[in-house]
Ligand binder design. Structure first.
Ligand SMILES: [Zn+2]
Length: 273
């Protein structure tokens, strides 16, 4: 089994979610006449989604995309999952995405075909990172934890903060399973597969310290995923965000702060008298 670097904030925000949910228990009881039909609608929606995926998606197995199935089986073992989740691939109209969900006790992973195509182009690494990230949500039981703290999931800022911490943990898990795939995977999400080959990963990572301000802050605080510049994991300068292993980050930032072009180099272009 691999070591799992859980973002420390995930545990803190989960405790806060539990506390807020308990505090909201009385209003929830009063709202049961509204909440019960609402939960039935959510259940119905989830059931229809799973039905749609099962009927239209392509189920990954030993005979269907076996190379992807092998990754799922291997990583499920590495993460110590009790069961191998059901994995489906679906056409996505160009959207690069994947998600894990749970319905009536079964775990599902849905991979959008565009992301699978990109991963095939880039080789096994990105695929391993993407699948590892989604299996991470199952390993950490994120779907159930969000469900059972549903009263607090309405709280703006807190629900998003917990979700972002969960995403960090799953990026860490994906990174542990494939470091090269983690770097490339996030860069693909940022600029698409072609430009990802050209992007300066360190400069993009450093952007989180230079592109700052109120609106940047607010847009992230209301988002369920961290900003992509914060999600970049640099393959050659290993560190794990939020996991207490940041010592190498200093070295990365200092290295990048050195001037790229030496001013003295310009002297040869100056007119000589
Ligand atoms: Zn995720």
């Amino acid at each position: 089994m691999i070591e799992i670097n859980v973002d420390k904030r995930e545990k803190t925000y989960f405790i806060l979610l539990v506390i807020v949910s308990v505090l909201l228990i009385v209003p929830v009881i009063f709202m049961l006449p509204v909440l019960l039909p609402l939960s039935l609608l959510v259940l119905l929606g989830q059931g229809l989604l799973i039905g749609h995926v099962k009927g239209n998606g392509v189920r990954v197995s030993e005979v269907q995309f076996p190379e992807i199935y092998k990754i799922v089986v291997k990583q499920s073992e590495q993460l110590g999952l009790p069961d191998i989740p059901k994995v489906y691939i679906m056409e996505s109209g160009g959207v690069l995405n994947a998600f894990a969900t749970r319905f009536l006790g079964f775990n599902y992973v849905l991979l959008y075909s565009e992301l699978v195509e990109v991963s095939y182009d880039k080789g096994r690494d990105v695929m391993e990172f993407v699948i590892g990230h989604e299996l991470g949500h199952i390993k950490r039981n994120h779907i159930n934890k969000k469900l059972w703290t549903f009263p607090a999931q309405w709280m703006p800022f807190l629900a998003q903060a917990y979700s972002r911490a969960c995403e960090n943990t799953c990026d860490n898990i994906g990174f542990s399973l494939n470091q090269s795939g983690a770097e490339q995977g996030i860069l693909v999400l940022a600029v698409g597969p072609k430009l990802a080959k050209k992007i300066n990963a360190v400069a993009f990572y450093k952007q989180q310290y230079t592109e700052t301000g109120f609106w940047v802050w607010l847009s992230e605080k209301l988002a369920y995923h961290p900003h992509l510049s914060k999600r970049v994991r640099l393959e050659k300068d290993t560190f794990v965000i939020g996991g207490g292993l940041r010592e190498k980050e200093e070295a990365v930032l200092e290295k990048e702060m050195e001037p790229v072009v030496n001013i003295e180099d310009y002297s040869k272009y100056l007119p000589k008298n």
